[in-house]
Ligand binder design. Structure first.
Ligand code: 9MR
Length: 397
């Protein structure tokens, strides 16, 4: 087996040399490698040129413009202009669109957060919002993040307006409304700090199980993966955690990856970041049912990190001048690409599809990961990346 794997891997490396991140991801049997973007930065033409580089990005997520405060700023008044700009760009480029998000405790407009609601009236508002927004984007979204960040770190439900007014039933209500509005899009639960085995990861699995028990459509779990250098779990632990979700029969994806560090960045931290990005992406490659990886914007220039975590930044694979950092090579090399060929920022052609090789290699790697998963290794708990407790700290607008 080892000889076969090595031979396949050598063949693959030769074929994906010069590939971009998405092209290399496809060669490893993922559906996509992608990035978040946001409307204000689309006026930067150098930024957009790289965003349009489909060798690197086969998928785009609008970072803000499909959220409730943008799509329904006043009750019953829907506004899709900004979201459509990103959806149209993805369509023009032939990039998949991950749609984000339908229910969250943040970026909720004042008419929702300061309304006086009963269970019944807020449930109706929730259903109406989801029905309208999902219908508008019908046929355009590979997936929707239906419910975002419903959990506290201890696995209890976050005390959002949704939970306070409707209770945990708001989650099935949301998934049912989304499924009715577009039966063909994948419906995801999306959260952070569920990337390693923890009470919160278990609670996310319970959300999936509860929906399944009621026959309500749920297709995937998005693990955001906002990490800090030095605190990213090892690849085998990340893979083993992904498998605890795919064991439920849902797909998984890393949906918002970044790996922040203290600024100014040091060479040592940039090298650690390279390894850690590789571990995150590598764990997706290791797990059948992990469909893709999205970074939470590709450049430090537009990262949400510095305005939220004081003294931290440099979290993306491209720096503020849109130059590739070591992390780019770290991702490319776990995807079988050639690191030495990646220093240029120019777009390169996608490689010849190697799906048969890729499938064989992915299966072989997955088998190996299962074998190496000993209880002792599983018990090594990574230090939890700090996430702001106070929801306001997330807002960098
Ligand atoms: O990147 C988004 C940033 O521009 C917004 O100001 C912020 C508001 O809270 O939301 C950011 O995106 C978040 C995503 O929607 C959900 N997970 C956490 C992301 C970073 O805060």
């Amino acid at each position: 087996m080892q000889i076969l794997k090595t031979a396949l891997a050598v063949g693959l490396t030769a074929q994906v040399a010069n590939a971009g991140l998405h092209a290399a991801a496809k060669s490893k049997n993922l559906l996509y490698f992608g990035t978040a973007t946001d409307n204000p930065e689309l006026s930067n033409s150098a930024y957009v040129t790289q965003l349009n580089n489909t060798a690197d990005f086969g998928q785009i997520t609008p970072g803000n413009s499909q959220k409730w405060d943008t799509t329904e700023p006043s009750q019953g008044q829907f506004s899709y202009e900004k979201g459509d700009v990103v959806a149209d760009l993805a369509e023009a480029n032939g990039q998949k669109l991950r749609c984000h998000n339908l229910v969250w405790h943040q970026q909720v407009p004042g008419w929702v957060s300061s309304g006086s609601w009963t269970n019944e009236t807020l449930s109706a508002v929730l259903k109406n919002h989801i029905t309208n927004v999902v219908k508008h984007y019908k046929g355009k979204c590979y997936a929707w993040d239906v419910v975002n960040e419903a959990l506290n770190d201890d696995g209890s439900f976050r005390d959002s307006i949704w939970y306070k007014t409707i209770g945990e039933e708001y989650i099935p209500i949301a998934f049912e409304a989304a499924a009715a509005a577009d039966p063909d899009t994948k419906l995801y639960y999306n959260d952070y700090s569920i990337e390693w085995s923890s009470d919160k990861a278990t609670a996310a699995q319970n959300i999936v199980k509860n929906l399944q028990a009621r026959n309500i459509k749920v297709d995937g779990v998005g693990l955001q993966a906002h990490f800090t250098v030095g605190q990213t779990p090892p690849r085998k632990d990340l893979a083993s955690n992904l498998k605890s979700f795919t064991a439920l029969g849902v797909e998984v994806a890393y949906t918002e990856v970044d790996v922040r560090m203290k600024t100014p960045a040091t060479e040592a931290n940039l090298q650690k970041q390279k390894t850690e990005f590789g571990d995150i992406v590598g764990s997706c490659v290791d797990v059948e049912g992990c469909v893709g990886v999205t970074i939470w914007d590709y450049t430090d220039k537009y990262s949400w990190v510095p305005s939220t975590f004081e003294g931290y930044g440099a979290a993306c694979p491209w720096d503020e001048d849109l130059q590739k950092k070591p992390a780019y090579d770290g991702i490319l090399s776990v995807l079988g690409g050639s690191a030495s060929s990646s220093s240029s920022a120019s777009a390169t052609a996608a490689p010849t599809p190697v799906s048969t090789f890729a499938t064989a290699v992915k299966q072989a790697t997955t088998t190996q990961a299962v074998v190496s998963e000993t209880p002792a290794q599983k018990s090594v708990e990574p230090e939890q990346p700090e996430q702001p407790e106070d929801e306001d700290e997330f807002c960098d607008a």
